[in-house]
Design a protein around this ligand. Structure first.
Ligand code: BGC
Length: 761
């Protein structure tokens, strides 16, 4: 072990590898089986004969393992671990390979700390900018969340450490999170809020899924059989264990019955006894408890098989990875006149307390105790010429108004060629457990910025924030804006790298930056009242909303600048049974090496169901040397083209001519193509209340009707079919009500026969 290497203690317990899960389970008493389905304490599971105890701990962007003498409330004092950038930043990198590498590093650190399951990633949708935990989530888009979440799980689990995909599901706010019912129609639920989870489960089989605290359409997710069994297991094929969020269990027996396998943390035996009593009374089948206990045994065996007593990691190497990841996550929002990157000998005034006291992660259960901590001011001084940098704090960390600090900042700004102002959301405003009240930067920071802009025409703003902030008050008055999110322990170095061009920025927004909070989709329906929050915006979340309503935004989803330029040419799209393949040539037409994020959006004009004007379906990060060109392929899975058809409870790919847009952001579409996609056959069960339009859309019923018409000559039905105006008028008319209309030429009995024949065909 070197100074910068952390190694594992010996793994706790050990599975009897010779014994199968079934044998182990069969040898347990009822009490032992019940005991396996809840925690021993805050972070470990119980052992039983042949079953070792394992540790599950936070998560998601570092290992937060509490010391033995911790507070046992799970909040304070954890062992040092690399604080990688939180999800808000990692997501903005759109870099699948990078996230997999971060996952691997998290796995190495988990092994070194003898942690069997790391509690992450969190992939809930950023529904409102006010969501208190948006810093822990990846995107406002489900495909981006699913693809990037998969990469984290893949990396972590490749090391023999389990992931816990959370918070399942519809935990999109902190307000009343332990009780509120997220009331969501089935299409948005499936297409927006569950889609990312589905992708990660189907592609990566996370060892565990963590159910959320909230209720979903009235039922606690911890005891929701539709969510945990029907959807997660029967439809998606999940084979792992469902663990409760810490304290999410409302009714333990109902939970186990519904597919909840492990209650965390410990209930001190109270709810285990309830399970035993329920089995004894016949209220709960023992086989149901066996299923949960079996999954707990399987998880423990997997964790012990993955554990390595020689595990270690290199603290410096992980710090370097954290810096690389942070650099790839920074989004350059604006750069007028190519003010950035800075020359190393340019005289710059660094202004803002956040430059030397960084805000690099959010508060709550994901709070990592970092192995090191960079700050931007020191790192800028490493990269810049020795006499080029001056500093003024500008505002006090506690927000107390201080005229002297402001005057000092104006003085250094006036004397420098460029002012770099660090602004951000105070830590106390962004945390697990409560939502934000607004998206404004603190007034004293905005006053400082106004004064600096007056003093220096070359002003750069660097932001530190977990959720988006309103920029419309000053965006057009500054030269450059660097969106620095919360960047983890090496974020200070990464900001310096971007400012001086050591790293060419390639991050792109995963969350639209609105002009005003009032413009956002959930504004009128967040966070709900009296235990319910209605997702009234339906499918129109994030950019889907702004595009459908044609609302101006400050910076659109997918936006981000580079110090070079990229051109797209030769775009083409082809379709096959697997989906689409989008091909294009990307050229780095500027002076520097750099990376672009190519985004593919689709839409279906004339669709029979409501759809957003464009939906992200694929993306690719492309690194190109200056002047280099490359053909890039972006595959789109056929399943990702599907909408959820609530008539048949199935995903359906609607046939038709799809529009495929290739863009550098959702509002910077560089090429548009169309492609024919063959649709799935949808067989809706018909009855007398089915409309004429539905009958005509039915593959069999429509044939019968055409035949009936042909045999009738001039009757009402043929007039209906021959006259488009008449058909439009009658399209929504229930077929049963037509029977017996004068001149119809078809009676009720015949219609019943027609429907029966169509349904049977
Ligand atoms: C959080 C989870 C976390 C758990 C354990 C809960 O409050 O919602 O994300 O993994 O605590 O700390």
């Amino acid at each position: 072990m070197t100074d910068t290497t952390i190694t594992a203690d010996a793994p706790t317990g050990g599975a009897d590898s010779a014994a199968s899960v079934d044998e182990t389970l069969a040898a347990l008493t009822l009490e032992e089986k019940a005991s396996l389905t809840s925690g021993e304490d805050f972070w470990t599971t119980k052992s039983a004969p042949g079953v070792p105890s394992i540790m599950l701990t936070d998560g998601p962007h570092g290992v937060r393992k509490q010391r033995a003498n911790g507070d046992h409330l799970g909040i304070t004092d954890s062992v040092p671990a690399t604080c990688f950038p939180p999800a808000v930043a990692l997501g903005s990198s759109w870099d699948v390979t990078l996230l997999e590498r971060v996952g691997i590093a998290l796995g190495e650190e988990s092994l070194a700390e003898n942690v069997g399951v790391l509690l992450g990633p969190g992939i809930n949708i950023k529904r409102s900018p006010l969501g208190g935990r948006n810093f822990e989530y990846l995107s406002e888009d489900p495909i981006a969340s699913g693809v990037l979440g998969s990469a984290l799980v893949r990396g972590l689990q490749s090391q023999g450490v389990g992931a816990s995909l959370k918070h399942f599901a519809a935990n999109n706010q902190e307000a009343d999170r332990m009780r509120v019912s997220a009331d969501i129609d089935e299409r948005p639920l499936r297409e927006i809020y569950l889609r990312g989870f589905q992708r990660v489960v189907e592609d990566e089989q996370p060892w565990t899924v963590m159910c959320s605290y909230n209720r979903l359409n009235g039922v606690y997710t911890s005891e929701n059989p539709w969510l945990l069994n029907t959807v997660l297991r029967d439809e998606w094929g999940f084979t792992g264990l469902v663990v409760s969020d810490w304290g999410a269990v409302n009714d333990r027996v109902a939970g186990v019955e519904a597919g909840l396998d492990l209650e965390m943390p410990s209930s001190s035996g109270r709810t285990d006894a309830q399970l035993v009593a329920a089995v004894r009374s016949g209220a709960l089948a023992e086989s149901v408890l066996d299923t949960a206990a079996r999954r707990a045994i399987e998880l423990a065996f997997k964790a012990v098989a993955g554990a390595r007593d020689d595990a270690s990691y290199d603290v410096d190497a992980h710090h370097a990875l954290a810096r690389e990841a942070a650099g790839a996550s920074i989004v350059l929002l604006k750069n007028d006149g190519d003010l950035l990157p800075l020359a190393t000998d340019a005289s710059i005034a660094v202004i803002g307390e956040l430059a030397r006291a960084p805000r690099y992660q959010g508060a709550g259960s994901s709070l990592i105790n970092p192995t090191k901590l960079d700050n931007a001011l020191d790192e800028i001084r490493v990269l810049a010429a020795s006499d080029a940098v001056t500093f003024a704090a500008g505002y006090a960390a506690d927000g107390v108004d201080d005229g002297a600090l402001l005057a000092e900042a104006v003085a250094v700004a006036s004397a420098a060629s460029v002012a770099v102002v660090f602004l951000g959301v105070p830590a106390e405003q962004e945390s697990e457990g409560f939502d934000r009240e607004h998206i404004e930067l603190p007034a004293e920071q905005l006053a400082l910025l106004d004064a600096v802009i007056e003093a220096n025409a070359n002003t750069v703003v660097v932001l530190s924030n977990g959720g988006v902030v309103r920029l419309s008050g000053f965006a057009d008055r500054v030269s450059a804006i660097v969106e620095g999110w919360l960047l983890g322990q090496a974020g200070g170095g990464a900001v310096a790298d971007v400012l001086y061009g050591e790293v060419n920025p390639s991050g792109r927004l995963q969350e639209t930056i609105p002009v005003r909070l009032q413009d956002t989709a959930a504004f009128l329906d967040f966070p709900g009242e009296h235990g319910h929050v209605r997702y009234g915006e339906g499918l129109y979340v994030g950019y889907r909303w702004f595009d459908a309503r044609e609302i101006a935004v400050s910076f659109p989803f997918g936006h981000g600048l580079s110090y070079t330029t990229f051109d797209y040419s030769d775009a083409s799209v082809s379709a096959d049974a697997d989906g689409l393949v989008v091909r294009l040539t990307v050229t780095n037409s500027g002076p520097r090496d750099g990376a672009d994020i190519v985004q593919v959006y689709t839409s279906l004009p004339g669709s029979a169901v409501v759809r957003a004007p464009r939906e992200l379906k694929g993306f690719a990060k492309v690194s190109l040397a200056a002047g280099e060109s490359r053909v890039v392929e972006v595959p789109v899975r056929r399943a990702d083209l599907a909408y959820f058809d609530t008539r048949v409870d199935q995903w359906v790919v609607e046939g038709g001519t799809y529009t495929v847009e290739i863009g550098a952001s959702s509002r910077d579409i560089r090429a548009t193509s169309t492609v024919e996609v063959e649709g799935d056959a949808v067989r809706v069960t018909l009855d007398l209340n089915s409309s004429i339009g539905e009958l005509m859309a039915h593959p069999v019923a429509s044939q019968f009707i055409m035949q009936a018409m042909a045999s009738q000559g001039d009757g009402f039905t043929s007039a209906l079919m021959d006259d488009p105006g008449m058909f439009k008028m009658m399209e929504s008319f229930p077929i049963g009500r037509l029977a017996g209309f004068p001149g119809m030429g078809i009676d009720r009995e015949q219609i019943e026969q027609l429907i029966a024949a169509a349904n049977a065909a």
